[in-house]
Design a binder for this molecule. Sequence first.
Ligand code: ZN
Length: 385
Amino acid sequence: MDESGPGNWGVIGHGGAVRLLSGAMNAGRLAHAYLITGAEQVGRKTLALALARAVSCEAEFQRPCGSCRQCDRIARGIHADVRVIDRHTPIRGTAGGEASDEGQDERRARFSIEHIREMQRDATLNAFEGPRQVFILDGAETLRFQDGPATEAANALLKTLEEPPGDVLLVLIAPSRAAVPDTVASRCQIIDLRPVPAAEIASGLVSLRGASLEDAERVSRLADGRPGRAIDLVEDPAARGRHQQTVTRVLETVVASLEARFRYARDLSGAYRKDKAAVEAELDVWTSVWRDVLLARHGVAQGVSNTDWMDTIEAIAGQVTPDTIVGVISATRQTSGALISNAAPQLAFEVMMLALPTMEAGSVPLQPAGASPSSGDPAVESPAG
Ligand SMILES: [Zn+2]
């Protein structure tokens, strides 16, 4: 047995990141601050918490063991020395400042300097129940203002990054390095998490979450490289229902009139203001549907994500050229990119609608495989539910 092996990290995919962290830990060379970057639900927080278990674990080898008291309490979110802080975390309030109320926490758009000050006060104390304190700052992109400059909280954090207390491990989470103030990112070791291949997601769902092979293979193709989304789809019936509605809405828009497509763009832009992540997920569905159309156009049924909709996808594929399909996929990607750089959402969605080919509506069936006729037309609700 390899005694210095990576242990039981419980992470789906990201083998390289796990080996890197595990190797650094076993060699006693962990950095004091990491910045884990990657897409929503790709596994950033899962990896951060696994690292917290690894450094706290009581086992001699193969840490984290997943079963000692330290591993268990961190997994249950009740370990006193491992804290996940995001912009909505309540501010306790001490002599220096006011405690926050719930509404305030909900509305807070960025980390407050009080979050950092509280963390720094805690960091001056020794670890309480484990060997070291771990602070996970989720949403480090909110350490800067939308137009770029670093916030007061970011500047306060620099002090901890420059003179870290000995037993403190800091883990920041953000979509990308560029989203975080450079002064902060340059003081962290960066671990960039890429989308996880569908086969790895499927095997992780089976081995770590006890999913059936059939379910695992089906949802892993819908997850767009994000294990967290696959877990939702396999374990949360509501998430599955929302996904079905999204696919229905996307396919209906594909065969709709220009007017209806523009209405969809307007609705999507309204939804984007309320729930960015849901609309980003909807754009991923657009990409996956058109990737499937491209596969069907080339007669490759294997690898299709939205297998329930094969009849619809093949009907669409029969009416469009590969160039058109590639054009729609690239327009969707450009829309995602435009939103990240703060373009006006409605305009971005309208531009995407203009890339869609005109379809013969009646010629495309809009019913997933296995849907019973008695359930009627799939209800189309406002985008992103
Ligand atoms: Zn353990």
